[in-house]
Design a protein around this ligand. Structure first.
Ligand code: HMG
Ligand code: MG
Length: 307
């Protein structure tokens, strides 16, 4: 299979971490409910393709996200290895479900805006912290690693522009709860590269270095890869993406798929930045998942290589 010509760019790292979110962010937004056996195969194939982190599912209310109602069954099916995959938990109830299954890594997900907090978590921005605080404290006391997401970092479909200071205020509070990493979500994919740089600068100025940050771009406006490039050159070393570009968010209007992992891998490998990912195995996985879902992958690299 064709690989990009490598022309290394000075100043870039030898390797970065791709945080694969396809099974969670991808499948949570598909109208088709994917059978649990296929979800387990998806996670296993992503691991086999070399993805170092595969976020598997969410322990949220099944009425809110029916696509992931089988979260417990999926983790059990994945066996002992399944416990290391991060899972989303919004509250203590979700955390308890993850603890009962032996999960080692959880992620909370906050919002920079009140409207999305209300729609996604049935809370205000302030109330979300009351929900997260005991959740993170308990997770840490159980020895779990905790990631925090902040959504609507670059714009909100209901509130419009979201000031950088508002995002930094929410993000630093999430880190202060005890999260080890903060993933900055462009939930509706409206951000552009200069905005990415400005937001990262603002976090750095608030004492949060790039190595604590991850970026999570949705590709609604076709900016996700350019934004990932801006974050890479700034110093970010963890990139969220979903195999085949699956995904979106059921609670955010105009949120389409995540940055496709294949597109990200093509760019990184071309720049001489290692990911550990076997592109051929990854593309084959996305082609298979597209068949399961009954629609083609929106990833340009999948289309180019699978054709
Ligand atoms: P609520 O209705 O306010 O919950 O929902 P509640 O605390 O009032 O409880 C109501 C009932 O739900 C109770 O049961 C609870 O036990 C139960 P009852 O007593 O009526 O029988 N319950 C639960 N059941 C299972 N698992 C749980 C749970 N919690 C309560 N964890 C809640 C509040 C947070 C639960 C709800 O709003 C929810 O589940 N939201 C999740 C929404 C979601 O998953 N969104 C997508 C992920 S975020 C995203 O995609 C963005 C991201 O990708 C980054 C980006 O792109 O920006 C991360
Ligand atoms: Mg997302």
């Amino acid at each position: 299979m064709r690989e990009p010509t490598v022309v290394a760019e000075p100043g870039l790292p030898e390797a970065v971490t791709i945080w694969e979110v396809g099974p969670r962010d991808g499948l949570q937004n598909e109208s088709a409910i994917v059978p649990v056996e296929a979800k387990a195969e998806f996670v296993e194939r992503l691991v086999a393709a070399g993805l170092p982190v595969v976020e598997a599912t969410s322990f949220v209310h099944p009425k809110w996200v029916p696509q992931l109602a089988d979260a417990a069954e999926l983790v059990q099916r994945l066996g002992p290895d399944g416990r290391r995959h991060p899972v989303l938990v919004p509250n203590e109830r979700g955390l308890q479900r993850a603890i009962d299954l032996g999960c080692e890594h959880v992620a909370i997900f906050g919002s920079a805006t009140d409207t999305f907090a209300q729609r996604n978590l049935n809370s205000s921005v302030e109330e979300q912290f009351a929900m997260f605080e005991p959740t993170v404290t308990r997770a840490r006391s159980e020895g779990m690693d905790v990631r925090a997401y902040v959504s609507m970092c670059f714009g909100d479909p209901w509130e419009g522009d979201v000031p950088v200071e508002q995002v930094v205020a929410v993000g630093t509070r999430l880190l202060d709860l005890g999260a080890s990493q903060l993933s900055l979500g462009d939930t509706i994919g409206v951000g552009t590269a200069g905005h990415v740089t400005a937001l990262l600068d603002a976090f750095n100025a608030a004492g949060v270095p790039d190595d604590v940050l991850a970026v999570h771009f949705h590709d609604t406006y076709g900016q996700a890869l350019a934004n990932a490039g801006a974050a890479l050159r700034h110093g970010v070393r963890t990139f969220d993406s979903s195999a085949g570009g699956l995904g979106g968010c059921p609670y955010a209007e105009s949120a389409t798929g995540n940055l496709a992992t294949e597109d990200l891998v093509w760019m990184l490998h071309g720049l001489g930045v290692g990911t550990g990912v076997d592109l051929e195995a990854l593309v084959a996985t996305s082609v298979w998942m597209a068949e399961v879902l009954g629609r083609p992958s929106p990833s340009r690299v999948v289309a180019a290589l699978a054709g």
